[in-house]
Design a protein around this ligand. Structure first.
Ligand code: UDP
Length: 458
C-alpha cells in the first residue's frame, strides 16, 4: 500500500484542437508539467496520429481519440460546425473511456486540460468528479473581447468607430478580431469563439498561453471574471529558461522543414534577412501573393519566405529563380531556429499568436500583415503596445500593394525607428524569458496549477 501511494502522481489529460497552432502549445505545456512531476497525456485525433505516426518522446504520453473523421480529418467535414459537432459526439465518449481506463490505477486522471474550443470537455470531467482546465491559445486581449461579446457587454456588429475595452488601447473596428469586427462573414466561427466563455464560471482553471507582463492590464480585468493563470510562452525550454534539457524543438509537426534553410541563413550578415511566413493556414489571393512577391523584391533585402505547397501555384512564374541572389523560398521552415538566428532583421508575419509570441520571445521586430481571426488585434498590439514594429496598410480594394510592402520593410530594417524597435524587442525578450524562469510570473502560475491538481488527488 505504501509503495502504491509513493508511485501515485497527478495526471492531466490534454485535448488540443487538431491544428498545428493549438497542438504545439498544448504539447509544450504537457512537457512543462512533466518536468514538474505531473504525468501528462496528450490525446490527438486518429487522423493526425495516423498521418504523423509519431514516436514517443519518453515524457508525454500520446493517446488517440476519434473526431468521427478518422481517414481525412477536418477536410472531410462539410463545415466547421459539422466537424465540431462530430468531435463533441465521438470525443466525449472517447474522453470518458480514457478517464475510466485510468481510474483505480496509480495515475488516475486528475484534470482534463481541454482546448477552449471544447467547453463540453468540462461536463465530462465533472461527470467523473475530476478537475477541468480550459486552455486558451490566443492572447488574453482577444479572449477578453470574446468574453465581453458573449456576455452582451460588447455589441456585435460593432457600431462605434473607436472601442474602449479595459486594459487595451482604443481599438478601431479593423483592430478587433475579425469574428467581432465583421461577424456576418463567419457565423460558425463566431459561435465557436463565443462559446469558449459558456462555462468559464464553472471551470477550475483558465490557462492562457500568454505572459502577464505583455498584457498585465487586460489580464487583471479578465482575472476578475474567471480563475485565470498565464502560463506562456509555450516555446521549447531551450529558448527561454533552458531547464528542460530535451525540450529543444516542437514535436508533432504536421509539416517537414526544408533542410536548405539553415545553411542559407548561415551565409548572411547579422540582422540582414526578412523572414516571411503566414503560418499554417493563411490562404492569400493570387493578386496578393504577386504583390507580396514583387514587394519583397523591391525592398532589395535578403528574404526567407515560407510558401506552403498549397500556395506555390500563386507565385509569379519564374519568381524563385529571378530572386535567387536575394531570396530563398521554402515550403516550411524550422521557425524557432530561424527567429533565434542573429541574421534575422525582422519578421513579416500574419500575426498568428504562436508566431507573434515566438518573435517576442526571440526579440525580433515585426511587420504585421494580418488576415483574419485574432490576427488584426495582435498586429495592433505589436504596433501600439509592444512597439516592436508596424502594421501594413490595406488599400480600398483590400490589397496590400507592393510599394507598401517594400516601404514598410525598409522602414523597419533601415528607418529612423529601427533602433527603437530592436531595443523594445530585446526588452520584451528579457521579460518573456524571466516569466518562464524559476519564480517568474508564468512559472509561479504553473506551480500553483500543479499544486492544486496534486492536492485534489483522492
Ligand atoms: N511554423 C513553422 N514553420 C513555418 C511556419 C510556421 O514551424 O514555416 C510554426 C510556427 O513556429 C508556429 C506555428 O507554425 O508555432 C504557426 O502558428 P500561428 O499561431 O502563428 O499561426 P497559424 O498557423 O495558427 O495561423
Amino acid at each position: 500500500m505504501k509503495n502504491m501511494r509513493e508511485n501515485r502522481r497527478s495526471h492531466i489529460l490534454a485535448i488540443p484542437y487538431p491544428v498545428q497552432g493549438h497542438i504545439s502549445p498544448m504539447l509544450q505545456f504537457c512537457r512543462r508539467l512533466d518536468s514538474k512531476g505531473v504525468k501528462a497525456s496528450l490525446a490527438i485525433t486518429n487522423h493526425i496520429f495516423n498521418t504523423l505516426n509519431p514516436k514517443s518522446d519518453g515524457h508525454v504520453h500520446l493517446l488517440t481519440i476519434s473526431d468521427g473523421f478518422d481517414d481525412g480529418g477536418f477536410s472531410e467535414a462539410e463545415s466547421i460546425a459539422a466537424y465540431l459537432a462530430s468531435l463533441e459526439a465521438t470525443g466525449s465518449h472517447a474522453l470518458g473511456d480514457i478517464i475510466e481506463q485510468y481510474a483505480g490505477t496509480d495515475n488516475p486522471i486528475t484534470c482534463v486540460v481541454y482546448d477552449s474550443f471544447f467547453p463540453w470537455c468540462l461536463n465530462v470531467a465533472k461527470k467523473y468528479g475530476i478537475l477541468g482546465a480550459s486552455f486558451f491559445t490566443q492572447t488574453c486581449g482577444v479572449n477578453y473581447v470574446y468574453y465581453l461579446a458573449h456576455h452582451g457587454k460588447l455589441s456585435m456588429p460593432v457600431s462605434s468607430p473607436l472601442i474602449d475595452i479595459p486594459g487595451l488601447p482604443p481599438l478601431e473596428i479593423g483592430d478587433l478580431p475579425s469574428f467581432v469586427g465583421s461577424p456576418e462573414s463567419y457565423p460558425d466561427y463566431v459561435e465557436l469563439v463565443l462559446k469558449q466563455n459558456s462555462n468559464l464560471d464553472q471551470t477550475d482553471f483558465v490557462l492562457v498561453n500568454t505572459v502577464y507582463e505583455l498584457e498585465d492590464k487586460v489580464i487583471d480585468a479578465m482575472a476578475k471574471e474567471c480563475p485565470l493563470l498565464t502560463i506562456g510562452p509555450t516555446v521549447p525550454s531551450i529558448y527561454v529558461d533552458n531547464r528542460i534539457s530535451y525540450d529543444r524543438e516542437y514535436g508533432l509537426s504536421l509539416y517537414h522543414h526544408d533542410p536548405t534553410t539553415t545553411n542559407w541563413l548561415s551565409t548572411k550578415p547579422p540582422r540582414s534577412v526578412v523572414y516571411v511566413s503566414f503560418g499554417s493556414m493563411a490562404n492569400l489571393s493570387n493578386e496578393q501573393m504577386e504583390e507580396l512577391a514583387w514587394g519583397l523584391k523591391q525592398s532589395d533585402c535578403h528574404f526567407l519566405w515560407v510558401v506552403r505547397a498549397s500556395e506555390e501555384g500563386k507565385l509569379p512564374k519564374g519568381f524563385a529563380n529571378e530572386v535567387a541572389a536575394k531570396g530563398l523560398i521554402v515550403r516550411w521552415s524550422p521557425q524557432l531556429e530561424v527567429l533565434s538566428s542573429e541574421v534575422i532583421g525582422c519578421f513579416f508575419t500574419h500575426c498568428g499568436w504562436n508566431s507573434t509570441l515566438e518573435a517576442l520571445a526571440m526579440g525580433v521586430p515585426m511587420i504585421g500583415m494580418p488576415q483574419w481571426t485574432d490576427q488584426p488585434m495582435h498586429a495592433k498590439l505589436v504596433e501600439a503596445v509592444w512597439r516592436v514594429g508596424v502594421r501594413v496598410n490595406v488599400n480600398k480594394e483590400g490589397l496590400v500593394r507592393r510599394e507598401e510592402i517594400a516601404g514598410r520593410i525598409i522602414e523597419v530594417m533601415e528607418g529612423e525607428k529601427r533602433k527603437e524597435f530592436i531595443d523594445n524587442a530585446q526588452m520584451w525578450k528579457g521579460l518573456v524569458k524571466t516569466a518562464m524562469s524559476q519564480d517568474g510570473s508564468s512559472d509561479r502560475n504553473i506551480d500553483e496549477f500543479v499544486s492544486k491538481i496534486s492536492s485534489s488527488m483522492k
